[in-house]
Design a protein around this ligand. Structure first.
Ligand code: FDP
Length: 341
């Protein structure tokens, strides 16, 4: 949907539909604190530009032979796709060289990349999450989080990036779906922009998105249920009860797309720990924490099943964690099933 349409229609949920045409650049400038230098806004704008480039290539992937495997294994032991490598290169290129980013942590890189010792921000990102779906034309996304360095008088140290999600100053994602959306929060609500491909601009679609009161969906890979803790199955049984509103399962298997749908229509997305893999599959720093930051800003929350995802202190950059993000009451309830009752 573009707000160039004469009538973009009501937002699907809590939130305000844009009534006039506002570019992301204008929105960021208008919503930064009066004493801000503008460097965070410009950094978010750089990521939006990366999103446009990745969207363009994703759309043409089948034509440009970008659907295949790159032949390399990433730090997670997963096979890299050509699009993973392209998206990572675009993010690195746009985050480097402007004096804004000191360190980049990417899912596709084994170690932190030092870009500029004296720059103020650390960016963590998964350049193309859900990329195992890309060959089948399913939505994928870029997830990012931004930390501000506390001490710029010394070169960056792990203390600059091994930080809990509570320290994030901004987070968001670009969703490459039927349209391309940039969704972000800098700590004052969640705002969503749609790429108008004709003019090449992200235009404001909804500001202050909130989870709706009645959640519609739960998103879990039920084929893994035999590997879950018993509490998870009890939670799913509870979801299916007649007096529970959220009984419909929708699972794309692409975290950004599952999270986004549930943000708009209400629900919870989760990737639990398993008997042989208690730490789960998703990564804390550049998947769990940024999505939990957005969920909280939209009135929801994120948990690993025991504690708030935003309170977990990472000990390594590619650390995995069980992830449950979305509607606050559903996440609370899930914690009760897992460890309370
Ligand atoms: P992918 O491996 O395709 O990158 O982050 C990993 C992820 O996708 C998530 O986007 C997605 O939610 C999950 O894995 C899907 O895993 P399963 O296929 O095991 O359900």
């Amino acid at each position: 949907m573009s707000n160039l349409d004469p009538d973009p229609g009501p937002p699907p949920v809590g939130g305000t539909a844009a009534e006039k045409i506002v570019t992301i650049e204008r929105f960021l400038a208008d919503h930064q604190p009066a004493d801000a230098t503008g460097s965070l806004s410009r950094l978010l704008d750089d990521i939006a530009l990366a999103g446009k480039l990745i969207a363009g290539r994703t759309r043409r992937a089948g034509l440009t032979e970008m659907l295949g495997k790159a032949g390399e294994i990433n730090p997670q032991g997963e096979e890299q796709k050509l699009m993973d490598v392209y998206a990572d290169n675009v993010m690195t290129s746009l985050l480097s060289g402007h004096g804004r980013v000191s360190v980049i942590i990417s899912e596709e890189q084994p170690a932190p990349m030092l870009v500029d010792e004296s720059a103020p921000y650390v960016v963590v990102h998964d350049p193309l999450d859900g990329s195992s779906n890309i060959d089948s034309n399913v939505s994928v996304g870029t997830i990012f989080g931004i930390y501000r360095r506390e001490n710029r008088t010394i070169p960056p140290t792990p203390a600059d990036w091994l930080r809990p999600g509570r320290d994030l100053i901004a987070a968001g994602y670009v969703l490459y779906g039927t349209s391309t959306m940039f969704v972000y929060s800098a700590g004052q609500g969640v705002h969503a922009f749609t790429l108008d491909p004709e003019v090449g601009e992200f235009l404001l679609t909804w500001s202050d998105l909130r989870y709706p009161a009645e959640p519609a969906y739960y998103s879990l890979n039920l084929s893994s249920a035999p590997q879950w803790e018993k509490g998870m199955s009890r939670f799913v049984e509870w979801l299916h009860r007649d007096d529970t509103p959220t009984s419909t399962q929708r699972y794309i298997g692409s975290a950004v797309a599952d999270f986004h749908r549930n943000l708009l229509h209400g629900g919870v997305f989760g990737y639990p720990g398993e008997v042989d893999r208690p730490e789960g599959k998703l990564r804390l720093l550049y998947e769990g924490a940024p999505l939990a930051f957005l969920a909280e800003q939209a009135g929801g929350r994120g948990s690993d099943g025991v504690q708030d995802l935003l309170d977990i202190h990472p000990t390594s950059i590619h650390q995995r964690t069980p992830v449950f993000v979305g509607d606050r009451h559903l996440v609370d309830r899930l914690e009760e099933f897992l460890f309370g009752v």
